[in-house]
Design a protein around this ligand. Structure first.
Ligand code: NAP
Ligand code: GDD
Length: 337
């Protein structure tokens, strides 16, 4: 059991919510940084952490404000900082690259600088991404694979990665980057392709939708289960030396295959329901990602456990459960056989 104190930026996100749960289970005092938004209903605003909201300490602040980040570190002593907050949607980064850069690059710089000035003993985790490999120069991708980002988001994460390493090497801070490949769960945002597929397939099954419009069905991703991936973040900060790690399953599937499995789980043929809409194509695409998690296995003792099929099943089942109640109340909608 531990009495450590951790700060999670991005605690309201998919990963932040799983990590907060896991740290609480290990008796951590868990703090989170949250920005103000117009949504005032706490059940919705804090939806992913509603069940633990009374056990975490939330601090107002934004990655866009150095003063707010500095204040949180000035007023609290942390043993570990998990910097997960980001503009994390790749498609949005093409729409608004400047905000993405501000939040992901300057925001990361703010956290590192506050840490350096005020809490140099605090261990730091940076949420790096397989999107940094972009137009991959080798497969599978490992820690030493050269980065070739294909989106403003990817560029921002490469910069965050280098900042993190530079603070480690320049100032001796305990800074680690996880290079995490795509990880999903029932808590995944609805705009990401996996959750878009499982939630819309469930809606189609329940008679609440008639079509699923997608972009590039041939893109391939190495998809794992988010709850397992946040465990790897924690392990990185428990090592004797700071280092960077690829976290992945080593297996790749296409968006089309994800559709096949999700729809067939509901007794449907995806060919009848999925339509390609070029609006969802990206200006530059990452066609293939597949990671080699050997170093994480060797040094952290971390291994993925949930298979692709089980992950899809878990997400479909959760969306069916959530949407069924809604369908029951909707008039004129009948579940498809
Ligand atoms: P997510 O669900 O989109 O969560 C992002 C979090 O960042 C939310 O809590 C959000 O808060 C917060 N945030 C965004 N802008 C902020 C700002 N200006 N100030 C303060 N907080 C801000 O992302 P995720 O899937 O959990 O991913 C966590 C991290 O891992 C991200 O850095 C992401 O880029 C990275 N990553 C994710 C994956 C993946 O497959 N999931 C893979 C590799 C790397 P609000 O609730 O206010 O929006
Ligand atoms: N979102 C979305 N919507 N993606 C689509 C669609 C669609 O309608 N149709 C096809 N795709 C394709 C995208 O073009 C991309 O190739 C793939 O599905 C996955 O897209 P996302 O689920 O949006 O994830 P991502 O791979 O771009 O980014 C996620 O993973 C990164 C790690 O590699 C995010 O979680 C990033 O934050 C993360 O760093």
């Amino acid at each position: 059991m531990s009495n450590k104190r951790a700060l999670i930026t991005g605690i309201t996100g998919q990963d932040g919510s799983y990590l907060a749960e896991q740290l609480l289970e290990q008796d951590y005092e868990v703090h989170g940084l949250i920005r103000r938004v117009a949504q005032e209903d706490p059940a919705k605003r804090l939806g992913r952490i509603a069940h633990i909201a009374d056990r975490v300490k939330l601090h107002p602040g934004s990655l866009e404000s150095f003063a707010s980040v500095y204040r949180v570190f000035a007023e609290n002593e942390f043993d570990e900082c998990y910097h997960l907050a980001a503009q994390s949607f790749v498609a949005e980064s093409f729409e608004d690259s400047f905000s993405t850069m501000d939040i992901n690059v300057s925001g990361t710089h703010f956290v590192l600088e506050a840490l350096r000035q005020l809490r140099p003993e605090c261990r730091f985790y940076f949420a790096g991404s397989s999107e940094m490999f972009g137009k991959v120069v080798e497969s599978p991708q490992v820690e030493s694979t050269r980065f070739y980002p294909r989106s403003p988001y990817g560029v921002s994460k490469v910069t965050g990665f280098h900042l993190t390493r530079n603070f480690r090497e320049s100032y001796g801070l305990f800074c680690c980057s996880g290079i995490l490949f795509n990880h999903e769960s029932p808590r995944r945002g609805l705009e990401f392709v996996t959750r878009k597929i499982t939630s819309t397939a469930a809606r189609i099954k329940l008679g609440l939708a008639d079509k699923l419009y997608l972009g590039n069905l041939d893109a391939r991703r190495d998809w794992g289960y988010a709850a397992e991936y946040v465990h790897a973040m924690h392990l990185m900060l428990q090592q004797d030396e700071p280092d960077d790690f690829v976290v992945a399953t080593g297996v790749t599937h296409s968006v089309r295959e994800f559709c096949e499995v999700a729809f067939s789980e509901l007794g449907l043929d995806y060919n009848e329901w999925v339509e390609v809409d070029p609006r969802f194509y990206r200006p530059a695409e990452v066609e293939l990602l597949i990671g080699d998690p050997a170093k994480a296995k060797d040094k952290l003792g971390w291994e993925p456990r949930t298979s692709f099929a089980d992950l899809v099943r878990k997400m479909v089942a959760s969306d069916m459960e959530q949407l069924s109640a809604q369908a029951d109340h909707a008039t004129g909608h009948t579940a498809r056989p």
